[in-house]
Design a protein around this ligand. Sequence first.
Ligand code: NAD
Length: 473
Amino acid sequence: MHKIEHIYINGTFVTPHGHEQFDLFNPTTGQIIGQVRLADAEDTRSAIAAAKRAFPAFSRTTKQERIAMLHRLHDAVLARVDQIADATIEEYGAPLSRATWGARYAADSFMSAAKTLEDYSFTRRIATTSVVMEPLGVVGLITPWNANAGFICNKLAMAIAAGCTAVIKPSEMSAIQTQVVTECLHAAGLPPGVFNIVTGRGDVVGADLSSHPDVAKISFTGSTAVGKTIMRAGAETMKRITLELGGKSPTLILDDADLRTAIPLAISAGFANSGQACIAGTRILVPEAHLPEVLELTKAAVAAVKVGHPRDPGTTIGPMVSAKQYERVQNYIRIGMQEATLLIGGEGHPDGLDGYFIKPTVFFNVTNDMKIAREEIFGPVLCILSYRTEDEAIAIANDTVYGLQAYVLSSDVKRARAVASRLEAGRVLINNAQHDPLAPFGGFKQSGIGREQGIFGLEAYLEPKAILGVDAA
Ligand code: NAD
C-alpha cells in the first residue's frame, strides 16, 4: 500500500496542515492501492508565500543559469522515467507504450523549454522603443489525471524558462506519479521556493490558487467546466490565464484517401491514451460514397485493437482511470445505442476484464446534432459521420464548441493543406498523429485560451514592458 504523507514547500518535503486522506485506486483491478494526505488552503498559502519569497532572486537569474537548471531537471527526471512509467501504469492504467512515452515526454519537456529559451531574446526594439519581456511572478499550475507527470513537467519547464516561480496543484488522483516526479525535481537542486507542489482537492487548493492575489497567472489543463470556474475566480485579481481544455476533434478522411492506411490511423488517433485524450479524433468524417468500405475496414481495425492489462506490451487500450469515468463512458454508450447504430463494441466489460475496462466502441449513422457527436466522452468511443461534399465536411468539422485539434487524411497534401486552412482548430495534423514539442499547443473556441510550448508557450509567462525615451536604446 502506498502511503503518501508529504507535500513539497520551500525546497522541503513537509507534512500537510490538511489531514483528509484520499484513496488511490488501481483501475486495472478496481482495488484501493494507497492513500494520499491532502493539502488544504493553509498549505496552499504557505506554498504561495514560499514562491513569492523566491521570485525576486529567481526572476533576476540569467538565461544561461536557467538553461543549466532545465538541463539538471531533465537529467533528474530522465534518471527515473521507469518509475514514472510504472506509477502511471499502476494508478492510471496507461498501457506500457503510452506510459513509457509519457514519462519520456515529462523529461524531454525540460529540454524543449531549454531549446526555446536558448533561441529567445527577452528584449527587442519596436520603432524607437525598447521592449523587455519580464516574468509574470508566481504562477499556479493545475494538472489533470490523464497525463499528470507530463503536465507537471511541461508547465514547470516553461515557468522556469521564463523566470517565474510556481505552485503546482497536481491531480489528486495521480499522487503516486506526483511523488516520484517531486523527488526527481528536488534532486535537481533548485533554490528553495522556486517550485512548490501541493496535492489537494481542486475546489480547495485549486480554488485558492485561482483567487489568491499573490498569484499572477494560472496555467490549467482539464475540463472546460473547471476552466470557466478558474477564469471567473481569476477575474477579480486580473490573472493571466492559459487554459487547455476539452475537445471533440474531427478526423476528415477526404475522398482521395487510401482507406487501408487512413482507417487504422483514424482509429489510433481516436483511441489515443485509451480514449482519455483531449486531442483524440473522436468524430470520423467520411465520404458517403465510401461508407460501406469504411465500415468494413473500421470493424477490422477495431477488432485488431487489444484491450487488456496495461503491462502487456501488446495492449493499446487500458482501463478508464476511475469507476466514475467508467460509468460516464458506459452512459454515453447507452446514449449512442439510442441515437445511432452500433458498429462494434457496446455496453459492459470486455470478456475477462473486470477493472474499469470498456469495449472499444464505434457508432455510425451519427449526425452532428447527436449528444455522442457533441459532447466529450473521454473514453474509447468513436462516431462515424458521413458527408457528401468537402464543404459539408468542413462545416461539420467546425460545428462544435471545441477547437483543439483536427486531422486531415488525404493522398494529396496540397488539398489537405487547403482544407486545414479552413478548420477552426489550434492544431491540424495532416496524415499523421504525431506530437511536435516546439509547436504551439492549445485550442480555438471553448478548447481553451492561449498556447503552451515553444515561443508562444514561453511568452504566456512573460509580460512586455515598453521603455520609451532617449535612454531606451
Ligand atoms: P478536471 O477539470 O476535473 O480537473 C483538472 C484539475 O483541476 C484537477 O487537478 C482538479 O483537482 C482541478 N480542479 C477541479 N476543480 C477545480 C476548481 N474549482 N478550481 C481549480 N482547480 C480545480 O479534469 P480531469 O477530469 O482531471 O481531466 C479531464 C479533462 O481534462 C477533459 O475534459 C480533457 O479534455 C481535459 N484535458 C485537456 C487537455 C488539453 O491540453 N487541452 C489535456 C488533457 C486533458
